[in-house]
Write a protein that binds this ligand. Sequence first.
Ligand code: HPA
Length: 286
Amino acid sequence: MSLHEQLLEASAYIKNASSHKAIRGVVVLGSGLGEFADTLPNADVIEYAKIPHFQTSTVQGHAGRLVIGEIAPGFPVACMQGRFHYYEGHGMNQVVFPLRVLRQLGAEFLLVTNAAGGIQPDLTPGTLMLIEDHLNLIGNNPLIGPNHEFLGSRFTDMTEAYSKTLREVALSVAAEHGMALKSGVYAGLSGPMYETPAEIRMLRTLGADAVGMSTVPEVIAANHMGIKVLGISCITNQAAGLSPHKLSHQEVMETAEHAKQRFVTLIQGTLLRLAAQPVLSSQVSS
Ligand code: HPA
């Protein structure tokens, strides 16, 4: 079956299972950050396992379901509680499949979140970081192979992979709530092991402020499809060699839990602003 046919089957299933017809955007919730979806009014919950051609998420802290609800009247968003990672053994096409399906259902923006290790000394555990740009160090990407013209063109511009307009919205929402929001460059590696201290020194030299194992594939696929991106990292730990102790998923989950309230406030405020302002219309650039 072609990718196009798979996307049609999956989007038809979601359309049928949800009362919200055209969605406006996608929110991907990273490790320990899934709770935002539980705050969405009028939500329909769809298990990934039931959606044709979706994989199942295997990581602890990722629920594996799609929650579609209205952040504001007439502004439905689809939240992914859990995502597919390359390190789980999924192919790149499988990692970005949900986003491509949600594009078929109308998504114009992607708000992508993750847990990340802080490399830049200011990025201490619990800090929220707006992703300004990324380094793709995964060693693969979802656009390799025949180009799917119905999704986008062969050579995707990545000059503003993370929309400046959306970043400004998030910064102003953070300021409004008196909340600190740093900015930085996210290095995406395949994982699943954390980095060595030597790798962290290398990443710092390369210009990375934070490091993680997700996000980059989705952001590449979003740019290919002309979807505007806003990326937010929750810094859950100091990167390897900067921290006095060893790294663990336990620490990542605990810090994400701690930052959860601020995180939900920032996401909610940003989505409400997007619902109220015409920043997503095709007339407005970036
Ligand atoms: N490295 C990579 N991925 C991560 C980290 C880290 O230190 N923390 C959370 N995700």
